[in-house]
Design a protein around this ligand. Structure first.
Ligand code: ASP
Length: 331
């Protein structure tokens, strides 16, 4: 997003901010189960919150709150935020402009989960500008959870989604430069524009999450990372909270990181403590000098946390009171 369009977008958001209607309220929910008589559970909801990875999370969250203001749900917040970043051709690791694999193909991965625990995912998909929207379609319109490669592209065509060239001049030149040596050394998180993982809670306490990426630059053709893998790059339990990951997907997948974070929250850990434990699980199991992973988590009560192996990972936290970038703790 260029400076001018970014400014006008933020001005628009500021103009509508007063009408967001984001004050908290209390829901009384009747719960019944076969073994228990119905009881009233008081759930504090209403403090809409959005949490997204990296600097681009600020704009993504702003787009999410705009969607909320227009009557959207938590899932709409996620999709709006993801679409903004996916369409930004200057980002080298999400959507158009993402760095290609070693053969010069930009292949995208994305997934989402909504407040009912429903999930959708696409992986190894080419020529689709908004893979997270395609993942949402898989979630909402098909009996499946995950579509891969040519099948996902075929489904996009059936939906009438235009094919786009995702390799930009900038990313092509970077790839051509890399090909001079073809030296494959994944250097993660040196630059601040990585996968975007997003977590949101709307005014009614509905939680959703999403994750979208072009994956590791110059990866082997066919490589799929953690980002579209439910439980690895993203997991949302609507009753507990959500978590998302960024960094070296192989390490996240081997430890089922986002599911682990949510399960730790279920056992009573704060989002911050849960992210720390999931990071330590990786640090305990593999050498991490050259490996970065960061987790973000948002609990059902609106508490946020983030932690990474190394410094440099940050995230955006936005509520009705505004948004800020937070440097994650590490180590
Ligand atoms: N987790 C992504 C992947 O491994 C990449 C990233 O977050 O930088 O594909």
């Amino acid at each position: 997003m260029g400076n001018t369009s970014r400014r006008s977008f933020l001005q628009k958001l500021a103009a509508t901010g007063a009408t967001l209607g984001l004050s908290p309220w209390t829901l009384n929910t009747m719960l019944a189960s076969e073994s228990n008589a119905p009881r009233v559970q008081t759930v504090t909801a209403g403090q809409a919150t959005m949490l997204s990875t990296w600097n681009h999370g600020i704009e993504a969250n702003a787009a999410g709150f705009l969607a909320l203001q227009q009557g959207g749900t938590a899932m709409d917040m996620i999709e709006a935020g993801a679409r903004l970043v996916e369409a930004d051709a200057t980002g080298l690791s999400v959507g158009i402009g993402g760095l290609p694999d070693r053969d010069g193909h930009v292949t995208l991965d994305a997934c989402c989960m909504d407040h009912t625990g429903n999930a959708g995912s696409v992986c190894f998909v080419q020529g689709v500008l908004h893979p997270l929207s395609l993942a949402r379609k898989v979630m909402e319109e098909t009996p499946h959870v995950m579509l891969a490669g040519a099948g996902a592209e075929q489904y996009a065509r059936e939906l009438g989604i235009d094919q786009v060239e995702l390799l930009t001049d900038v990313s092509r030149r970077a790839w051509e430069e890399w090909r001079k040596t073809s030296d494959y050394k994944p250097v993660i998180n040196i630059e601040n524009h990585d996968t975007i993982g997003l977590l949101a809670m709307d005014n009614q306490g509905r939680m959703a999450g999403g994750c979208t990426t072009s994956g590791l630059a110059y990866k082997m053709h066919g490589r799929v990372g953690d980002s579209p893998i439910l439980g690895a790059g993203l997991f949302v339990d609507p009753e507990i909270g959500g978590a998302t990951a960024t960094g070296l997907g192989e390490a996240v997948m081997k430890t089922v990181g986002s599911f682990l974070v949510v399960e730790l929250m279920r056992q009573g850990r704060s989002p911050q403590a849960a992210c720390e434990e999931a990071v330590h699980r990786i640090m305990d199991r593999m050498p991490t000098d050259d490996l970065q992973v960061g987790y973000l988590a948002l609990s059902r009560s609106g508490e946020a946390g983030g932690h990474a192996i190394h410094g440099g990972f940050n995230y955006a936290l936005t509520t009705a009171d505004g948004g800020s970038l937070i440097d994650a703790t590490h180590g």
